[in-house]
Write a protein that binds this ligand. Sequence first.
Ligand SMILES: [Fe+2]
Ligand SMILES: [Fe+2]
Length: 285
Amino acid sequence: MKQPFDLEWFGGAPERYFRKLRPGVEELPWGTLRPADYPPLLVERARISWTEAAFNEYCTAAAFSDLLGALLAVRAPIDLIGMASDFVTDELLHVELTARLAMELGGGAPYQVDFEALTRRLAPAPGAASAQQRANDLVMRVCCVGEAFSVPMLSGCMRSAAHPLTRGVLEMIVRDEAPHGRFGWLYLDWCAESLDDAERARLAGVALGELEIFQRYWKRLRSKVKDGRTSEGFLLSHVNQLGWMDSESYAAAARQAVREDIVAPLARHGIELAPAAVDALLATD
Ligand SMILES: [Fe+2]
Ligand SMILES: [Fe+2]
């Protein structure tokens, strides 16, 4: 059942505990991003975009909590599981930060979510029979593809963010994301010996399937920048202040991230994605 993507905040003891775990949030320059400084249509798009960001962070929190169960089921090393357990808190902080940015721009955009089905997409891939394969799948999708992709993309947005609040939020998020991206490779180092050729080939398929979902990050981005304005007529400086890169740079960075931060390290871990399939995924449209 779909419900509005409304988030609750308890306050008091849980808030103090959460702030002790992840300090520095209230020190960000909240209240300084003024919607009146930007064209209403651009503010509307930014509200939608930061609301979607909050939803994506929420989904990642759910995915990491699923992943923890899968890691415990295969008796992954305790320190490795301990590392991943901290990521749930990170992602919840990212939900808070991105949702507060949407609020700053006039409130979260209307968004309907089936909260009980958040990780249904991450159900075992066909052919994932054992607990080990289930853990392999989740790590592949959530970390080796999802988080490995987010790290360079968020860093790019952070570098172009031209307002102290969007930059501060993105800096905080990027700081957390590097270990999230690294986790997948550490996991593959741990289970390298247990992966036979058939399992490596299966995991290459899982990675390609996940990358297909990510195509929207580099395909059909048609906006271009000329003389400091986008094709839609927005000032690039406004676009950057609201926390985006321009579309052309974003698509180029996304294609580079797939090759350098996903396909290459997977190959170094003995998981080879068919070059023709990768080329087809990244082809310019
Ligand atoms: Fe995150
Ligand atoms: Fe993350």
